[in-house]
Write a protein that binds this ligand. Structure first.
Ligand code: ARG
Length: 579
């Protein structure tokens, strides 16, 4: 455990247990960061109530009992009974030296490795990917990277929408257009117009509607020729998705696809199982499950529709099949759904039904990692200028182009290749970071100027902080790895603030995973960059007063750059050495 705040909380556990006459598991010293000192112990307040003493008396008992001399240089009781703690500089220095030789930079691994199945991205075949899919992809990718980093087993699943009634009309439209023409349209990523044309015909022409209906029956019946055309649609779309994933530099690949169609064979079993557990009822000709506690707007019981009147299965049915597959075949102990907030009720109902049916062991968690909308400057859902869905590949291209202008301006003498390579890292990083750095449940406003700015809580700012450190080493002609066995000197206030922050990388990663909230790691990295700036301003590095101090400060620079680079990598963002 690298974080000194956790170290002190653990050291104080036996003390709090003794004073309170409670078990160590129940004892909590409640240690927090503080503006007044390095940390503040707040646990005396709660304990005082339990044992009928004043908080200041308890605080005194704590200090009498605990030996913190190896960790703290001063401790004092303050206010109503807080204990203000200042860490001993040697302690901080030793902890940093230990973290610096650790390839994981002090981040502890999971005590018990779990099997995570993570459902994210999930765009729909023959439909444009929209900014909601971008959020799901970016948040999901960051969580995958972090969960793997701490040692969990992670199974990525891209639950694309590749099945259901719309495919009747889509296939008929494909036939009308001719396969070559259709493939052309789809492969350039003009999915929306393809879908809209099909929909328009479906609505306007009775004959087309009939053809579409008949086609769905053929599709569900496994007709070979129909399946061949369906595969064509899916193939063109997934090629397009793949291109977006590649430009985005996320870990999803074609082999992670587990679309709705993959659960086809399991659907009858879902019905059988629900029937056997007496949960299935017929309502208005459809087979449904009523879920306790869920009502519609008119306060009537709300069912989860399993099988529609026409015999077709529903979106919910494939989600139930997913649960069976993920728990029973894949052995998931945690299932994460990185899906927009509007689907909360649907996912909650799926969760309740599958637990009630006995498919999900008590110890298995199902978590909806929900997120808000991406808004335009008018605070409405982000649209393109012509009012259409924003095309993701166009958005990514624009970001890289804008970044290229900035990079070119800063480094006019670089080759075009060099400018392009860095522009890609900056442009894609900016998009991802803008998405990840706000609390995911909130909406955020998409703002080019802000996300690409080299100031403020942005990816370019953090990437630049990293690149600046790399340039210090270049200037000094010092190899970065040569300062990794150095125990630093923690003297100046800015040094101690920086070291304390560096040692909290561990806590930042775990806090982020605790609520699946990447913005927490972003905030940490931004605080780190700010503290590094203060350090760099007050503590000369290359012009330090002694060789020893220079080496020590170079070691702090190097470790900061490593945490920055690793932290951004966990968010899926690259860190160039020069910008
Ligand atoms: N394809 C769906 C959409 O675009 C998202 C699917 C999310 N995952 C799930 N298991 N339901 O809205």
């Amino acid at each position: 455990m690298a974080d000194p705040i956790i170290t002190i909380a653990q050291r104080l556990k036996p003390t709090f247990a003794r004073i309170g006459g409670i078990s160590e598991a129940d004892a909590d010293a409640v240690v927090r960061r503080s503006d007044r000192a390095d940390a503040q112990v707040n646990g005396s307040l709660a304990l005082a109530k339990q044992i009928g003493k004043t908080p200041r008396e308890v605080a005194q008992l704590v200090l009498d009992d605990a030996d913190l001399s190896s960790v703290c240089s001063s401790v004092e009781i303050a206010g109503p009974g807080f204990i203000n703690v200042t860490f001993a500089p040697e302690f901080l220095a030793d902890e940093l030296a230990r973290a610096a030789v650790d390839p994981r930079l002090g981040v502890s691994s999971a005590t018990k490795a779990q099997t995570f199945v993570i459902d994210y991205s999930a765009p729909n075949v023959a439909k444009e990917m929209h900014v909601g899919h971008l959020r799901s992809t970016v948040i999901g990718d960051a969580l995958v990277r972090m969960l793997e980093f701490v040692g969990h087993k992670v199974i990525r699943e891209n639950h694309i929408g590749d099945w259901g009634t719309p495919f009747g009309m889509l296939i008929e439209h494909l036939i009308d257009l001719g396969e070559t023409e259709a493939a052309n349209e789809l492969s350039v990523g003009d999915l929306d117009s393809f879908y809209k044309q099909a929909r328009a015909k479906f609505e306007a022409e009775e004959i087309f509607k009939e053809r579409a209906r008949a086609r769905v029956v053929l599709l569900q019946g496994g007709d070979v020729e129909t399946l061949r055309m369906w595969k064509l649609l899916v193939g063109e779309s997934t090629r397009y998705f793949d291109r977006v994933y590649q430009s985005l530099d996320v870990k999803l690949t074609a082999s992670d696809i587990m679309g709705e169609s993959a659960y086809n064979d399991l659907l009858p079993e879902v019905v059988e199982r629900l029937n056997a557990s007496k949960m299935l009822v017929t309502s208005d000709g459809a087979e449904v499950v009523f879920v306790d506690g869920f009502v519609n707007r008119d306060n009537e019981p709300l069912p989860l529709i399993i099988r529609k009147t026409d015999g077709g299965y529903n979106y919910a049915t494939s989600d139930l099949a997913c649960v069976i597959d993920r728990v029973e075949r894949l052995g998931a102990t945690v299932v994460l759904y990185v899906v927009g907030a509007p689907q909360a009720q649907h996912l909650e109902m799926v969760g309740v039904v599958s637990r009630k049916a006995g498919w999900v062991p008590e110890t298995t968690q199902m978590v909806h990692v929900a997120f808000g909308n991406v808004l335009g400057s008018d605070r409405k859902i982000l649209k393109s200028r012509s009012g259409e869905v924003v095309k993701l590949d166009a958005l990514l291209t624009e970001s890289v182009e804008r970044a290229r202008d900035a990079v070119r301006e800063k480094n006019p003498d670089w080759s075009a290749d060099q400018q392009n390579a860095i522009a890609k890292q900056v442009g894609i990083g900016a998009i991802k970071y803008a998405d990840l750095s706000t609390d995911r449940i909130k909406d955020y406003v998409f703002d080019w100027e802000r996300m690409l700015s080299f100031d403020g809580n942005t990816s370019p700012y953090l990437q630049y902080a990293h690149a600046r450190i790399c340039s210090i080493f270049r200037k000094a002609g010092v190899d970065r790895t040569s300062v990794r066995n150095v125990t630093p000197i923690v003297e100046h206030e800015a040094e101690r603030a920086l070291v304390l922050r560096l040692l909290q990388f561990d806590t930042a990663v775990w806090d982020t995973l605790d609520k699946y909230s990447p913005h927490r790691l972003c905030t940490y990295l931004y605080d780190l960059a700010s503290e590094f700036s203060a350090f760099y301003e007050h503590c000369p590095v290359l012009r330090a007063s002694t060789d020893e101090q220079r080496t020590s400060r170079l070691a702090l620079c190097d470790f900061t750059a490593r945490v920055m680079s690793q932290g951004l990598a966990l968010l899926g963002i690259e860190t160039p050495e020069q910008m």
